[in-house]
Write a protein that binds this ligand. Structure first.
Ligand SMILES: Cc1cc2nc3c(=O)[nH]c(=O)nc-3n(C[C@H](O)[C@H](O)[C@H](O)COP(=O)(O)OP(=O)(O)OC[C@H]3O[C@@H](n4cnc5c(N)ncnc54)[C@H](O)[C@@H]3O)c2cc1C
Length: 295
């Protein structure tokens, strides 16, 4: 299908983009990589009156370290995140996760922030933003506002952004060097969206797990952070008995949908299996890193 007619503005400043979005009265759309938006426009699932291209706005194409956080600008491509030295060094779990995202052609255009704004519940960037306590910076003609990742994802493909706001950058935590991580995803073919995925990080403090983070995607309407699992693992050494306990607890916490890709039961089964693998990996890496080996 061909898209419905729309106007196009290549904004050259963030202020110009914010003004155009406000003037569109809720009918404007920001375009970043276009990898999700263009198919939706071509299928006429969305019919914006104006597309506001943010790719020519200077300064949004950077990944920078600010204290213990990395700031990812709105036009940073998946390929840049996947190959960036700061990401590799300070957030190795994100480096790992990026290799599960689509294929090279999509990674060359798609943006980290665009994926977070698109808010697909089976996409890697939203769950990583949640796991790493992200803060989303949104701009409108009313000024800038910061939104915690925990408040940002409100439903499948739905976020807390107002229609006249767009994202200029996202800040995420870096991880202390001795942190271990596990990222386990199952999809039918490499590069497909996940049927289920677990992302977890932990440190070993006095022989037990500390600073545990546990996130999932593909098993709900939004990416999930699961504090019940974090509390269960915190203060414990990873053992087969604990991993069994984690799988059983997940069955009570998750309510995945059945769809054409997988049944709810299958997703629950995957959740338990992936959680066990990811926690084992995180523990092994944390042990190696504590001992000074390169994990
Ligand atoms: C074949 C294929 C396979 C894919 N596989 C995967 C996969 O395995 N994992 C995965 O995570 N993704 C996958 N994707 C999606 C891909 O990662 C997209 O690039 C991403 O979801 C959207 O990023 P984008 O920059 O292209 O955004 P766009 O397509 O430009 O925009 C998407 C939506 O976000 C909004 N938006 C974009 N940027 C901003 C902003 N700065 N502020 C406010 N709103 C904004 C747009 O208005 C639009 O509503 C796949 C896509 C394709 C085509």
């Amino acid at each position: 299908m061909k898209p419905a007619p729309f106007e196009y503005l290549a904004a050259t400043s963030a202020a110009e983009a914010a003004e155009a979005l406000a003037a569109a009265n809720g009918d404007g759309k920001i375009i970043a990589g276009g990898q999700s938006l263009m198919p939706m426009i071509n299928f006429r699932l969305v019919k914006p009156t104006i597309l506001i291209d943010i790719n020519r706005i200077a300064g949004l194409d950077r990944i920078e370290k600010h204290g213990e956080r990395l700031r990812i600008g709105a036009t940073v491509r998946h390929r840049m995140t996947a190959t960036d030295a700061l990401v590799h060094r300070h957030i190795p779990i994100l480096h790992d996760a990026m290799h599960h995202v689509a294929h090279l052609t999509v990674r060359n255009r798609g943006t980290f922030c665009g994926s977070v704004c698109h808010a697909d519940p089976a996409a890697e960037m939203p769950v990583m933003t949640l796991l790493l306590d992200g803060t989303i910076t949104a701009l409108s003609i009313r000024g800038e506002r910061q939104i915690a990742a925990s408040d940002f994802f409100v439903g499948s493909l739905m976020t807390a952004l107002e229609p006249d706001e767009f994202v200029t950058s996202i800040d995420i935590d870096t991880l202390p060097p001795e942190t271990g991580w596990g990222f386990e995803e199952f999809s039918r073919r490499h590069g497909d969206f996940a049927l289920a995925c677990v992302a977890t990080t932990l440190r070993i403090v006095d022989g037990v797990a500390g600073d545990v983070r546990f996130g999932m995607m593909g098993v709900g309407e939004t990416p999930l952070r699961l504090p019940d699992i974090e509390t269960l693992v915190e203060g414990q050494a990873i053992s087969e008995m604990l991993l069994q306990d984690v799988s059983e607890t997940l069955k009570g916490l998750l309510h995945p949908n059945t769809d054409i890709h997988a049944s709810a039961d299958y997703r629950l089964h995957l959740a338990g299996a992936l959680a066990r693998r990811a926690l084992r990996d995180a523990w092994t890496r944390a042990t190696l890193r504590k001992d000074g080996a390169d994990a």
